[in-house]
Design a protein around this ligand. Structure first.
Ligand code: MSP
Length: 678
């Protein structure tokens, strides 16, 4: 029976549309899953969406739609994108699936029945954004995870005895060096656990959008216990059906949980402790990768610096995005995305190196041998041919070694060492000159050179299949072969290309991208903010548009205006005024913008979401003085970029004195965040 392999992505929150940061994790897992299948493993690849919690509930309320409807729309957007990218997940789980909810309740019951859950009272600080209790902080103190101000709450909760697992966890980390990777993350986790673990609150009674605690429906289960359990429930954990139980028994424990570095603690401390308490086996490896940065900071919705995968797929194809992410980013570290770098990599590695190797080899076989792969003539063999075979063997070994170690960039370098060697070999052996000579010895040599090139092309095509599935499928067919997805390790041995194989029609697999590609993608990104996908999410979020990306606070510009609707006497109607969406916001993050004396970058909570706004108020206000302050924001302005940062709204201020000093608008009485000004 084939060995099993189970790999998971995090399940993505449904409060943001998918961007290439989410695509990065999912593509990495897809490449690994494809390679495992090629190695003959019985592979299960899981992804999905995380749909409960207070953020989602709030977004849905603000949008005036039921939470389920909201979750349905955003979850579908993720799934559509994964399908468009051709990702080969075996299951897409949603935490609102009935089977999942049943499984989470079963997990809770198990922890309770085994004596690891008790009821207690909590009064203290809570970070709504991270769904985290911050025991050590006083009122209004920032969350240690995200820096946003915490809220004071008092509730009766169920607690999980996390503190009971300190020693067991440390022992597990020590005995299983591969459990947390890379090493730097393992060290962080170990010192966190060594510093002492407190019991963890695992229920909430302040909101309803979650899985009810069994036998106590006034409480919902903590979102992270709910979300982490997906890795088990997706296989059938908690199901009464035999087939589900068998699937769970077959694939659990996971071999790889792939995650971004910001959710290491949840996966490497809480999750193994839950599993230990439930008497379930622990996953093999939890692998934390770095962040994809755009314009120097983590790509994320609240920063407004996201890039959509659709833009790249439309312009260069899904394989170009896959190749870039795996080749350019050193896995485990943060890496920058830019359209320039993407196009440069695409042109140099794919269009030039690999694309040329394929088209010149196959074109010459077409021209000199009527499209039939020639047989290498043993009397015409030279050391150069043997060197190519040896280079291929070495490249396969290196590729496999690095890939298995999650060093994708190095694995691809190894594959490219073969591509470059064959391109050099072709130039040095000059098949076109051999053809012109036309004598028998030259003809034999020509056949050998082209067989060697085609065989190397076949091997590199098979090797790259997990990374470039669509392009290699086409290249495989052009070589004249069938079913690349059935290729296994045994097919990589040198010399298996059968002479006489009839090559297919040669078509460029990676047409060169011209300079305008960068501009085109940048424009698509700008326009994408008004695209149909974006609009449908924005509609679901209400008039403020939870996913819309509106504009900057303009330095010195203190009141909203709407020229197009102004009446001739300078007055506007009440309807025109109603078009301006003014809302109460609260400053959660404030920092100076580098090399801009007047600008501050703010993250402002407007009730439904946290918006990034760039405001020209740095000369009048220090960042610290703004933290926690309530402000008025024009929430439906079109987006604008200032110093490369996207600004999604405008802060309202009076303009005072000749210098136009900004004085922020505020209220004498307390007003709730998100309230609309009318
Ligand atoms: N719902 C939780 C995870 C629960 S798993 C049981 C969550 N969701 S998330 O939508 O915020 O997605 C987080 C994951 O998306 C990251 O861990 C990472 O895998 C991926 N990424 C999101 N933005 C990213 C970047 N800018 N760069 C790299 N990965 C990114 O946390």
């Amino acid at each position: 029976m084939a060995e099993k392999f189970y790999i998971t992505t995090p399940i993505y929150y449904v409060n943001a549309r998918p961007h290439i940061g989410h695509a990065y994790t999912t593509i990495v897992c897809d490449a690994i899953a494809r390679r495992q299948r090629m190695l003959g493993k019985d592979t299960f690849f899981l992804t999905g969406t995380d749909e409960h919690g207070v953020h989602v509930e709030r977004a849905a309320i603000a949008a005036g739609v039921p939470a389920q409807q909201w979750a349905d729309e955003v979850s579908a957007a993720f799934r559509r994108l994964w399908d468009r990218l051709g990702l080969t997940y075996d299951k897409f789980i949603r935490t609102t699936d009935e089977e999942h909810k049943r499984g989470v309740q079963e997990m809770f019951r198990r922890l309770r029945d085994r004596g690891f859950i008790y009821k207690g009272q909590y009064t203290g600080q809570y970070c709504v954004f991270d769904e985290l209790y911050v025991d050590s902080a006083g009122p209004g103190a920032p969350c240690p995870e995200c820096g946003r101000p915490t809220e004071t709450v008092s509730e009766e909760n169920y607690y999980f005895k996390l503190s009971a697992f300190e020693d067991q966890l440390l022992r597990h980390y020590q005995q299983n060096p591969q459990f947390i990777r890379p090493e730097s993350r393992r060290n962080e986790v170990m010192s966190f656990v060594r510093s002492g673990l407190r019991d963890l609150s695992i229920s909430r009674s302040t909101f309803k959008w979650g899985v009810p605690v069994p036998d106590d429906p006034g409480h919902v289960i903590y979102v992270w216990l709910d979300a982490l359990s997906n890795y088990c429930t997706a296989l059938g954990f908690g199901s009464p059906h035999k087939a589900d139980q068998e699937r769970f028994a077959k694939y659990w424990p996971a071999d790889v949980h792939m995650i971004g570095k910001e959710i290491v603690r949840f996966h490497c401390v809480y999750w193994p402790a839950f599993l230990m308490a439930a008497g379930l086996e622990l996953p093999g490896s939890i692998i934390a990768h770095g962040w994809l940065l755009f314009e120097q900071s983590k790509m994320s919705k609240s920063r407004g610096n996201i890039v959509r995968a659709e833009t790249i797929v439309d312009t260069l194809g899904a394989d170009a995005l896959r190749y870039f992410l795996l080749r350019e980013i050193v896995f485990g570290q943060d890496g920058s995305f830019s359209f320039d770098a993407l196009v440069q990599r695409y042109n140099s590695d794919l269009a030039n190196d690999l694309g040329n190797l394929a088209s010149r080899t196959l074109t010459m076989i077409g021209r000199y041998f009527s499209g039939g792969v020639p047989a290498a003539a043993s009397q015409a063999r030279t050391e150069a041919d043997d060197n190519i075979a040896a280079t291929a063997r070495h490249a396969i070994g290196e590729f496999n070694r690095w890939f298995a170690d999650f060093q994708f960039s190095r694995a691809l370098e190894a594959a490219w060492s073969l591509v470059s060697a064959v391109n050099r070999y072709i130039v040095e052996n000059q098949p076109w000159v051999l053809d012109e000579k036309g004598d028998e010895a030259s003809r034999a040599r020509l056949a050998t050179v082209l067989y060697t090139s085609a065989e190397a092309l076949r091997i590199v095509t098979a090797l790259l299949h997990p990374v470039l599935p669509e392009a290699t499928r086409r290249m495989w067919a052009q070589i004249g072969l069938n079913d690349i997805q059935r290729v296994g390790p045994q097919d990589l041995a040198w010399g298996q290309l059968q002479p006489g194989t009839q090559t297919g029609k040669v078509e460029p697999v990676f047409p060169r991208a011209d300079k305008s590609a960068v501009e085109r993608m940048q424009t698509m990104e700008e326009q994408g903010r008004g695209s149909s996908q974006e609009k449908s999410l924005a509609t679901a979020a209400g008039s403020s548009g939870a996913t819309a990306q509106p504009s900057a606070s303009q330095p010195g510009n203190t009141t909203p205006s709407n020229k197009s609707t102004a009446a001739t006497d300078g007055k506007i109607s009440i309807d025109d005024f109603a078009k301006v969406e003014l809302r109460v916001g609260q400053v959660k993050v404030a920092e100076k913008v580098q090399n801009a004396d007047k600008l501050l970058r703010l993250e402002v909570d407007i009730g439904t979401e946290v918006r990034q706004v760039v405001a020209g108020i740095a000369e009048a206000y220090t960042p610290e003085s703004l933290l926690g302050r309530k402000v008025v924001i024009v929430a439906n302005l079109a987006p604008r970029k200032l110093r490369g940062l996207e600004s999604n709204g405008m802060i309202v201020a009076a303009s005072v004195g000749e210098q136009g000093r900004p004085v922020l608008c505020g209220f004498l009485e307390d007003v709730p965040v998100g309230a609309r000004l009318k």
